[in-house]
Design a binder for this molecule. Structure first.
Ligand SMILES: [Zn+2]
Ligand SMILES: [Zn+2]
Length: 253
């Protein structure tokens, strides 16, 4: 099976990435991808673009060089309720949000707190993907995480960059393997993301695929292998019709 899309791609607008939108789209085309998602870091990440960068994504055509363009953002989770730095009035202009834990934006908590943060973010109807839930700096309860993803129909990411020796994330492969084992048992689909910060990493999933092969993970649970998988991601989450204004954080339990 061949991955058809990559929704986790950064351009130079993220502040610590090195390629333009055009270079990334060309790289996606060379990989034979049908769609690419642009998901630059949201404003709370040091060096990221102003929110106007994201509202103006409307100027980007739906399809360029034969590749469908999905307009997204990688939101930062700011607290253990899952509050993110992208208001609904901005989110509604985009095709998808990835929500992730990043050290400049939130200090790691206990496994219970980190998991609560991700479950809270999943309740945001615009969040379609949980980015790199695979890092021992942010320990997680993977049983809870997978059942939350199933309930909220949010995709859990298998992040190719987390598996590199140079990654700041810790034990990404071990944690992803555990998550995949639970996803297989529960029939919960996953999404592959390159987390490319330079053009030649767009659609680069070789480390993800090595792990999937090793675990004999069922291809029908990998969203990237079909265009229906892309529709599932973009259309998942709670109904958002008519919704506006920031979500109130859920009350503490
Ligand atoms: Zn980054
Ligand atoms: Zn990230």
């Amino acid at each position: 099976m061949k991955p058809l899309f990559d929704l986790h791609v950064h351009t130079i607008s993220s502040g610590h990435a090195y390629s333009s939108l055009k270079e990334n789209i060309e790289a996606a085309r060379e990989r034979g991808l049908s769609a690419v998602g642009i998901s630059d870091h949201a404003p709370e990440m040091p060096g990221a673009s102003h929110i106007f960068h994201f509202t103006n994504l409307k100027v980007v055509r739906e399809s360029l060089l034969g590749v469908r363009i999905c307009r997204g953002i990688e939101a930062n989770i700011l607290d253990f309720y899952g509050t993110i730095d992208v208001e609904n009035r901005i989110a509604r202009k985009l095709h998808f949000l990835i929500a992730s834990l990043h050290t400049p934006c939130i200090q790691p908590g206990t496994a219970e707190e980190n998991t609560r943060a991700l479950l809270g973010a999943m309740k945001n109807p615009w969040v379609k993907i949980i980015g790199h839930p695979d890092d021992d700096r942010y320990p997680l309860d993977y049983e809870e995480l997978v059942s939350g993803a199933k309930r909220e129909k949010v995709a859990l990411e298998i992040n190719n960059s987390s598996f590199r020796a140079s990654s700041a994330r810790q034990n990404g492969r071990k944690n992803a393997a555990l998550m995949l084992t639970i996803c297989r048992r529960e029939g919960v689909p996953v999404i592959l993301g390159s987390d490319a910060h330079i053009w030649y990493d767009v659609g680069e999933f070789s480390l993800c695929r090595e792990l999937l092969d090793e675990l004999d993970f069922p291809p029908e649970l990998v969203l990237n292998y079909t265009l229906e998988g892309l529709d599932f991601v973009l259309n998942s989450g709670a109904s958002t019709e008519g919704e506006d204004g920031p979500l109130a954080p859920p009350s503490p339990e």
